[in-house]
Design a protein around this ligand. Sequence first.
Ligand code: ADP
Ligand code: MG
Length: 478
Amino acid sequence: MPESQSLSKTSPDLKKNCVNLEGAPLEPTKEIKNIWNNVHAGMRKEFGEAIFRSWLKPLTLRAYYHGTMEVSVPTRFMRDWIQTHYAQRISTMCTEESPEVKRVQIVVVQNAIIEDNIEPSKNNSSIANIDLKDAIAEISSPLDPRFTFDSFVVGKPNALAHAAARRVCESANVPFNPLFIYGGVGLGKTHLMHSIAHVMAKDFPEKTVMYLSAEKFMYQFVKALRANDTMNFKEQFRSVDVLMIDDIQFIAGKESTQEEFFHTFNALVDQNKQIIISSDKAPSDLTGIDERLRSRLAWGLVADIHPSTYELRLGILQSKRAKLGADVPDSVLEFLALKVTSNIRELEGALNRIVAHADVAKQEITLETTQEVLQDLLRAHDRRITIDEIQRKVAEHYNLRLTDMHSARRARQVARPRQVAMYLSKMLTARSLPEIGRKFGGRDHTTVMHAIRKVEELMGDDAQIAQDVDVVRRALTG
Ligand code: ADP
Ligand code: MG
């Protein structure tokens, strides 16, 4: 019987409170047990299966005295949660079942037997014994020491997400909850999350920070379910100060994991604990995620990371070059920033490859060796693009007529776009300079060369040009 097991662990204090002045037995009578069993069964209908399983199932009748039904749960956290959310209704349900019962008192009894029909698993009682911090450290995923704010290059596309991430680390307070960062693959979401965790560990060592992917969250949850150990799971997740879940889109379509996450989320927000989430989509676009949860996810600050620009890519390459201490010419970095646009991970990979190759081959890095080493990668990126197509897109972008691309007009508003088109022709096609010149109204190859140099130079100083080039290039290659 669970009761007798629990009673043997009753603290002296509790025992004193439990003594019935009229001398009624501490052990609940058969009628009381029946009343409780009916009420307990009624909770499942009243609150639904998920809540029942998460919270109410472990409630165990311990004693009855003075119209008070005393029930136990295994952790303080559970007691508080049930107290604030369900206790009142449970009391009423008891009274409805028998007017003699006036109230329900919830007490914490560690090691209370949770499942009376199942052998308690080894872990059921472990939470009281092992250090919760150790358990959390074990669930938390390791942080990449390279993913810090110092190594994160800030540009227009990621400025908001970066500022928000910084803000979260600034004070012990919770500025917004949750912080929701979203953006495409390889754009720095994980990098930012790890950066936050590093700063937190340094500036607020007393805080417990948990970082893990949504996939791992699910794995932990399923593992806990299998081991009948969801109490530990709940306790662990609800006792952290900062919870970071990476790639939340993973739990789309996984209902019970979502349900559990939703409860964790609410419990932490209630306690004013910081939650940080990343996703590949905006909350409203997360199909397969329950509407309630989606709207909660958008409660705090939603910061998106846009696709990178030429400028940002170049900045990241420069920073990476400095870190590697490698001798990579600017022209190679510019070439990479222009060609490898899919995501930052691939961009870094490309730079690593040419540096490693140069090292092994004991060769200097040049534009030619770069093109050679990255042949496969570049080919994948290059659809066959024609100069005609480039001219059309550039004209469209600048609101010009196609004939302006061939004309002799030298007015800046025509000449500059024409130079951009020549530049893109060199970068995106295999045409030689004279061939390109011919396509632009029979211009000389030195004119094309000059145009390319000019555009390269402008892209360094003029964000507008850099962006124009990027937009058109994307339209052509995307
Ligand atoms: P995501 O989680 O969005 O898929 P990651 O954070 O894993 O992307 O980033 C992919 C790679 O690109 C990492 O090596 C990361 O360091 C790098 N990276 C992304 N954005 C930046 C940035 N702004 N500055 C420096 N490195 C970046
Ligand atoms: Mg990531």
